[in-house]
Design a protein around this ligand. Sequence first.
Ligand SMILES: Cc1ncc(COP(=O)(O)O)c(C=O)c1O
Length: 396
Amino acid sequence: MDEDRIYVDHAATTAPDARVVEAMLPYLTEFWGNPSSIYYEAREARKGFDVARRSVAQVLGSRPNEVIFTSGGTESDNLALRGVAYGARKQGNHIITTAVEHHAILHTAERLEDEGFRVTYLPVDNEGFVDLDALSEALDDETTLVSVIYANNEVGAVNQIAEVVRIVKEHNPRIAVHTDAVQAAGYLDLDVDALGVDLLSLAAHKIHGPKGAGVLYLRVRTPFLAQTLGGSQEKNRRAGTESVANAVGMATALEIADGERGERREHTGGLRDRIAEELPKRIPGTRITGPTDASRRLPNSFSCCFDGVEGESILLQLDLKGISASSGSACTTGSLEPSHVLLAMGIPHAVARGSLRITLGKDNTMQEIERLLDIIPDSVERLRALAPNAHPVRRT
Ligand SMILES: Cc1ncc(COP(=O)(O)O)c(C=O)c1O
């Protein structure tokens, strides 16, 4: 990558860590055997795979056989929802999730509705936190699964997952609780017993691991029906020849993230605070979106809306100046519809269209942030000058 570019879109993906690539390499070059076979190449692959599983389990505080390797966050989310919805179908057909989930959850929930399940989408407050009173009210005798995002990918709101679990289990301990921890993994505690969850999704590429690699944690005795059928891999819960290299990459990235979590929190939090303090001063008509209390927000996450400009236009301007940022989740980039997360938070359509998301990473520096703080105001001003009457700037 061009050394002068500033990459601040770590919620979309992160650069693979050299240590991760190094750990994966032997499983692509030497130990490429099918881990289910019995000869040398396979045995070494199996050993690497088993070590990877134990290492993920260690970070999660789980048993190794509760770890299912998947192809990433999307598959883990699909598998969690569909696996439990169908596995617990005799118990009931009601699922609860939230209005601010990633589309991997939302689109799966919508499909389940088409297939005859009933789904409740919990609202959020104006900072993006899931409404826990609404959760209490939504639980009924038919509920089998509750899925609440741990940390939101667009506005960084960190939900109280342990509290979600407490409310759900008090209603009925048999209801399974899933959390999408894809964005949380690099910064927040992942101990599944402390959280109390029955299922948890992870994706390697958000924590400097490879793309196409993830984990679904599945607590023993959780009702579950496999969704990919074939061989008996992953104890009949996810068929298909295992990608040992990806599993090793996932495990190594997670182990490193776990070891460096405190450092990464502090480093990105410092950079984020500088942006949050300075950007609104330099650009009138900036509204910070998401939690105002920094301790309830992912440390690497900053988001805002600028009056009078389109998010897409800002991104194009920033790209020309060497900055890679986002207007929301990467999956919605390319559509001019404002983010469903911002709309669920009650932000008006016209305001939500001017959104910018900056997500920091371990390798960003304060010098980069200072450059960013010079470039963004200039870009916003330029765009506003091009269409001065398009949207009035609210100067507060
Ligand atoms: C919260 C969340 N869940 C799930 C996903 C999907 O993960 P993947 O890209 O590994 O399929 C993402 C990716 O942006 C995400 O941010």
